[in-house]
Design a protein around this ligand. Structure first.
Ligand code: FAD
Length: 553
């Protein structure tokens, strides 16, 4: 039987009262449930999706993984295949969120690339309120790293694979543009004109993350229970005092009660968490009135609602641009879901080594742009092993470049008006402040200047040539390119965050402002970071758990 069958608290779970009900067994929710159950709280972790990794019973896999105990989730090199399998059981159904997100054990940590970059201390110091500065989250960060270490050497044989793009990028950015070579997990605070190898959360050549670490310790406790296939529909509360949650399980509606002094922790992700609060009568008054008029808030006694205008406000995602690069030394590599090259498949299966031991990013780099108003905009580049869209010949690789911390643009979580009020992003998340596009354009312009003069028709002999945007473009031309929608620009990277910020939507204890015992701990409470969000989300889960436990007295 899969390890889930070992979970200890197996008496009727809807008839019991729980000290903690965590909504969503995703990246943050698993960590919170593990830490609160470790502290003795009777903890129920509710997840709407099903199994993912082999270790929790996941079986979605190509035939070459038959008999291995691995699912597609476990194999890092199958990362990109999720984008071409929209019917995957791992993804959220259309009536849950209007975005490309995972609804499965592990949440997005079960489908992401596994990039695991520690945010620089300046992110906490500049963009988080008192109680969440870098010194405040230091212990939480160390607890996280003790449970889930970071790796740059992903292949168990200790070698690096698919390195032609790495070598060319190093030549360009370190020798050409003067960036320094940095080991990102050893020097997380240095993000100013730095280049290096990606850092991952893999474990022994397989996907890591909370499911393989924190969930495994939680599953051993008798005061913990994970229940999958449970779609939480609302939190039942009067004036912010929650007593239970209502959920749909196998088509039936059930109620799960909280104990006295119990807490609901919403960890459904940056889009679904605000959605669940609003469906529970907690959010901007106007939105609540609209849902109520349509019969969508069952508790239609508006005096029981909690008006909190910041629920859903500030939703962020990195604005990104794909830049296709070619060069005479480049050998591109595209991972295959069904039919990998035999030698590569064998190398992975026999020793967790080779191209399938990583998600295809060969290098990463960062820089900041100083703006006239004194602010600083972070920019990140990640270089992949293959081309994309109209540029997929065997000498092309893709640079994904995006704006990060310090951006001024953000949107909000909106509820679709087509009758079901499904949460999704507003249309103005990217570049609604023109400064953002200008800062990123300036950065791209600067690094393009460090490339040889080169055009696709008459490429330089040595070095990389951009294919979809000219190497000699002006800042204005780059600005127009990156802010105009195409297959290469203004696409979503699905790094949703910041939709229920600390100090505005929740307090420093992660409690939703205006409520007594309802918390949000997930990407919603994390401000835009200089790095990919997962590491920061996990720190927030460690720190949030600590803060919640302290409020128990
Ligand atoms: C394709 C992709 C690639 C990415 N790559 C990277 C990367 O390489 N590195 C990185 O740092 N970040 C990456 N990210 C972003 C990162 O994975 C997320 O920021 C992070 O996982 C979010 O964690 P979370 O806890 O907020 O939510 P999630 O991990 O999304 O968890 C939310 C959970 O709540 C569940 N849920 C939602 N609603 C309900 C409900 N009503 N009832 C019950 N359960 C519910 C969902 O099923 C889900 O399991 C990527 C994201 C995507 C989509």
């Amino acid at each position: 039987a899969p390890p889930l069958a070992r979970r200890q608290n197996s008496t009727d779970w809807t008839a019991q009262e729980w000290d903690v009900i965590v909504v969503g067994a995703g990246t943050a929710g698993i960590i919170v449930a593990d830490r609160l159950s470790e502290a003795g709280k009777k903890t129920m972790l509710l997840e709407l999706g099903g199994p993912s990794y082999g270790i929790v019973g996941g079986t979605e896999r190509p035939s070459w993984l038959d008999g291995t105990g691995l699912s597609r989730v476990d194999v890092p090199g199958l990362y990109k295949s999720i984008f071409s399998t929209p019917d995957s059981e791992l993804l959220c159904p259309a009536d849950v969120v209007s975005a490309f997100q995972a609804c499965t054990i592990g949440g997005n940590s079960a489908i992401n690339a596994g990039l695991y970059f520690q945010p620089p201390a300046s992110d906490w110091d500049n963009y988080f309120p008192a109680g969440w500065k870098s010194a405040d989250v230091e212990e939480a960060t160390q607890r996280l790293l003790a449970k889930q270490p970071s790796v740059t050497s992903y292949s168990v044989d200790g070698k690096y694979y698919l390195q032609s793009g790495y070598d060319a990028a190093e030549e360009w950015l370190v020798k050409g543009a003067g960036f320094s070579h940095v080991s990102f997990n050893e020097e997380p605070n240095n993000k100013d004109r730095v280049f290096g190898r990606p850092v991952y959360n893999y474990i022994d050549g397989q996907r890591g993350g909370p499911t393989r670490t924190y969930l495994q310790s939680a599953l051993k406790r008798s005061n913990f229970r994970l229940q999958t296939g449970v779609q939480v529909q609302r939190i039942n509360h009067v004036g912010g005092v929650a007593s239970s949650i209502t959920a749909k399980v196998d088509g039936s509606i059930i109620t799960v009660p909280l104990s006295r002094a119990g807490r609901v922790i919403v960890s459904a992700g940056a889009i679904a968490s605000p959605g669940l609060l609003i469906h529970s009568g907690i959010g901007p008054s106007e939105t609540l009135a609209k849902l109520s008029a349509a019969g969508f808030i069952s508790n239609s006694n508006s005096s029981a609602w909690v008006a909190n205008p910041a629920v859903g406000e500030g939703l962020f995602d990195n604005p990104n641009t794909y830049i296709e690069l070619t060069g005479s030394t480049i050998e591109s590599y595209a991972h295959s879901y069904d039919d990998p090259i035999t030698a590569d498949k064998d190398l992975y299966l026999s020793s967790r080594s080779g191209p399938y031991a990583f998600a295809s990013q060969t290098s990463a780099f960062w820089g900041y742009v100083d703006n006239d108003d004194g602010s600083r905009t972070g920019v990140q580049g990640t270089i992949d092993s293959s081309g994309y869209a109209d540029f997929t010949d065997n000498k092309t690789i893709t640079l994904n470049i995006y704006g990060t911390s310090g951006l001024k643009s953000s949107g909000r979580v909106i509820l679709s008006s087509e009758g079901k009020f499904i949460p999704g992003p507003s249309s103005d998340v990217y570049y609604n402040d023109p400064q953002d596009g200008m800062s990123i354009a300036k950065f791209i312009h600067t690094i393009f200047q460090a490339l040889p003069a080169s055009t696709p028709d008459s490429p330089a002999v040595a070095g990389l040539t951009p294919l979809n945007i000219a190497q000699n473009s002006t800042v204005e031309e780059i600005y127009t390119y990156i802010t105009t929608w195409s297959k290469y620009a203004v696409g979503s990277v699905q790094h949703w965050s910041s939709s229920c910020r600390i100090g505005k939507c929740v307090d420093a204890d992660t409690k939703v402002i205006g409520t007594m015992n309802i918390h949000v701990i997930d990407a919603s409470i994390v401000s835009p970071l200089t790095v990919n969000p997962q590491f920061g989300v996990m720190v927030a889960a460690e720190k949030g758990s600590e803060r919640v436990l302290k409020t128990w007295g």
